[in-house]
Design a protein around this ligand. Sequence first.
Ligand code: MF3
Ligand code: CO
Length: 290
Amino acid sequence: MIKLGRNDACWCGSGRKYKQCHEAFDKKIETFGRQGHKIPDHSIIKTPEQIEKIKRSAVINMACLDAVSEAIHEGMATSEIDKIVYETTTKMGGIPAPLNYEGFPYSVCTSVNDQICHGFPSDDVILKSGDIVNVDCSTILDGYYSDSSRMFMIGDVKPEVRELVEVTKECCDIGLAQVKPWGFIGDIGAAINEKATAHGYQIVREIGGHGVGLAFHEEPWVGYVTKAGTEMLMVPGMMFTIEPMINMGSCRIKTDPDNGWEVSTFDGSMSAQWEYQVLVTEDGYELISW
Ligand code: MF3
Ligand code: CO
């Protein structure tokens, strides 16, 4: 990182002198660094202008999920969901972020029942009563990224499966409540893990949340079996996802060997996930996409 002079223009783009802008902020962060904490780099601290642009991307992302929510029904192929997301996104001027991302061939991930994430939308996957499906949507608008996902329950879902879906949402909410400046990313995972394990569930370890906004996946990593007071320091302007994948059975996963993408529970148990995109603010958090 380039060391700024006190009279230089601040790195945040405000046009103000560093000493009147982010100097004290940087000093505070460095204090945490000297205490051995992981601290954020300027590159993941969003400026007000960037935040506005990311929010515009999120408007499209949430419009996609709203459109899916309106249309989803028993008997629908998950390829229909892909079509809705592609059309909604492009009509609003965006690009579906998953499409061609590291070779991912669709505009959205649709993960049904024991599928954990990265499910391929398909003409052959017809939603039936009792199914649960995660629809994970990500959008690029003018180079800015948004990312969130929701669960949908089709027809008559068994009470214990419904509970998995609902508790997973509650886990996201209690994780969200941990988001505040000068706390730690590990606080989020600790709260979520405590609640999930109290219900006898296990959380996937290998795949987690991530910084987002200027790129699809940035620092920090957001895991869900972390300890409070560990992982990266949270500071205003950081943006990341909270997206625990919670299994009714074992946390062990398997990846489809044919396509290298689709991840399912090893034991065939049901899995649920919700995803929020959140901004750390001066006094807490702001939900950006949900
Ligand atoms: N939306 C996923 C996430 O939450 C990313 C999926 S990568 C993709 O991070 F290529 F499958 F879209
Ligand atoms: Co994500």
